[in-house]
Write a protein that binds this ligand. Structure first.
Ligand code: NDP
Length: 262
């Protein structure tokens, strides 16, 4: 699918796997030059090598860093400016969920979770904002349906994600009309974190297809399957594109109908 990103530059955090990687590919296919980051350098470099081969070396910039390292994130923004001269879209995708109930979440777990969820948005947004303003660009935050539909076995993730949604709403007001700010609420997308949970399944004889089917049934997903990373990426690419030029402060849920609120 082509979302019309010719002459644009996009930054995707957590671009080496799952939803982030699928987003990088959709944006490249749509004509953008893309900068991506993730912590694990060798996995990132493997991914970047394939992307450079498929789309051209001058369209891909990859940097190993944690989005929680302010100095590194600021350095990344400077490098994007030096290499590409602009930034039209920031996709804040880096992160992971934490499964724990109130009783087994320590104080440090709460602090870690809030730091990850809030600062994985705050630090990249602050670093890329001057370029986004200049380009009249867009921010798309990857968030979770848990922000609105909390689950007790993911108590701190759910509450941190609700806080992120609240912050993004304020930000959409503060940055309008220059920079649009929207989010995508993921349901269950069959990428990194579910791959890891599948690998750690109790009954190792169960196939991936069966395990995913059972999971979708247990969760009551109306579409009766998990989403694909590409389906999540398409929603992100749409919200960041010129086709969404009058949309800001909105959230789009990609959950196969799991979203129960009106
Ligand atoms: P993956 O594990 O496949 O990908 C996560 C990516 O983020 C990797 O590239 C990882 O690379 C990177 N990353 C993680 N932490 C950091 C960090 N501190 N700094 C920089 N990069 C980081 O996950 P998914 O694609 O499944 O998830 C993508 C996002 O969507 C996450 O934020 C997740 O919480 C959210 N989400 C996913 C859902 C799902 O069902 N899949 C549901 C709800 C939300 P590395 O480890 O090398 O840093």
């Amino acid at each position: 699918m082509n979302f019309g990103y010719d002459n644009s530059v996009a930054v995707v955090t957590g671009g080496s796997s799952g939803i982030g990687l699928a987003t990088v590919r959709v944006l490249l296919e749509s004509g953008a030059r893309v900068a991506l980051c993730a912590r694990n350098e060798s996995r990132l470099e493997d991914v970047a090598e394939v992307l450079r081969r498929d789309f051209g070396a001058n369209r891909v910039l990859a940097r190993a860093l944690s989005v929680l390292d302010e100095e590194a994130v600021n350095g990344f923004a400077a490098e994007v400016h030096e290499t590409f001269g602009r930034c039209d879209l920031l996709v804040n995708n880096a992160g992971q969920g934490r499964q724990s109930t109130f009783e087994n979440t320590s104080n440090q777990d709460w602090r870690d979770e809030y730091e990850l969820k809030i600062f994985s948005q705050v630090l990249p947004i602050r670093a890329f904002l001057p370029m986004l303003r200049e380009a009249k660009g867009a921010i798309v935050a990857v968030n979770s349906l848990l922000a609105y539909q909390p689950e007790s076995h993911m108590v701190c993730t759910s509450s941190a994600r609700a806080g992120v949604q609240n912050m993004l709403k304020s930000l959409s007001l503060e940055l309008a009309p220059d920079v649009r700010v929207n989010s995508v609420l993921m349901g269950l997308i069959g990428s990194g974190q579910w791959t890891r949970r599948f690998a750690a399944r109790e009954d190792q004889s169960v196939s991936r297809e069966q395990w995913y089917r059972d999971l979708a049934e247990r969760k009551g997903i109306p579409m009766k399957r998990l989403g694909d990373a590409e389906e999540a990426a398409n929603a992100i690419a749409f919200l960041g594109s010129r086709a969404a030029s009058y949309i800001t402060g909105a959230q789009l849920d990609v959950s196969g109908g799991l979203n129960r609120h009106i």
